[in-house]
Design a protein around this ligand. Sequence first.
Ligand SMILES: Nc1ncnc2c1ncn2[C@@H]1O[C@H](COP(=O)(O)OP(=O)(O)OP(=O)(O)O)[C@@H](O)[C@H]1O
Length: 298
Amino acid sequence: MSIQVTNITKEYGTQKALNNVSFSIQKGEIVGFLGPNGAGKSTMMKILTTFLKASEGDAAVNNFNVSEETINVQKSVGYLPEHNPLYLDMYVREYLQFNADIYKIPKTEVEKVIERTGLLPEAHKKIEQLSKGYRQRVGLANALLHNPEVLILDEPTTGLDPNQLIEIRELIKNVGTEKTVLLSTHIMQEVEAICDRVIIINKGEIVLDKKLSELTKNKQQIVEVEFDYRVEEVMLQRINNVEKVENTAGFVYQLYFSTEKDMRGDVFDFAHDNGLKILQLHQKNTTLEKLFIELTKD
Ligand SMILES: Nc1ncnc2c1ncn2[C@@H]1O[C@H](COP(=O)(O)OP(=O)(O)OP(=O)(O)O)[C@@H](O)[C@H]1O
């Protein structure tokens, strides 16, 4: 098992940030740790990376106990903290070489991670000159330097613009083909885009732990479609299995279906039969979003 958490409780004074939390993550899984602000995500990650001690319970990373075998845990884990601390006046390559020296990592590894994280064009720049997306890449490169088996990423895409977001997600997905990844986020689409499994935490307790493939088996489905022309909602209601139609903007419609069948083909046929052009068409899975709201509301 890559990560094993058993009945972890963490108290800050009288406040319980984590309450009897247990889960395990197998080698090679990419798991999204999803929860609203203050749910306890960072606290859990700090315990797994040995920065904090739990008040009660036990955890192991790569089969090393976090309170007894801290050095081995640190060797096994690459950690990107929420507020990625960087020495802004250092150059990218210099910063990574500096960290490699501290941990006695060969310089050749620095070049490997620079290449792997797409930092080559920026490696000669000062960190302060980099965009937020590239700074996150530096953080990720730093977390990968010692080639750890497990990556723990605390909100790695917060504050990134849509292009950077896609790039960093791709990078994480790529890295995740070889490593176990636990990443925290508030963003459901992120989990859907990157993860195999989702753990939702609310007020220090796990409220859901499921494979994404199990969630998508759900029968609810929304197809969002943009036509080149206005369409009467009663017309759209004629498409098979439509339960509800919403005109969300201009000629954009959300069609709610209650079936496992992928309905995009039927929407395409509808457009074709009615002489409409489709400007965009995609299927949205509402399950995770609905579950999140349901499970984390007060
Ligand atoms: N050092 C601390 N001292 C006291 N309380 C703390 C400390 N760190 C966190 N907390 C509290 O513990 C709870 C969980 O915080 P944590 O940072 O783990 O949540 P989170 O899910 O990571 O939130 P966010 O998404 O906002 O980063 C919060 O109520 C927070 O205020």
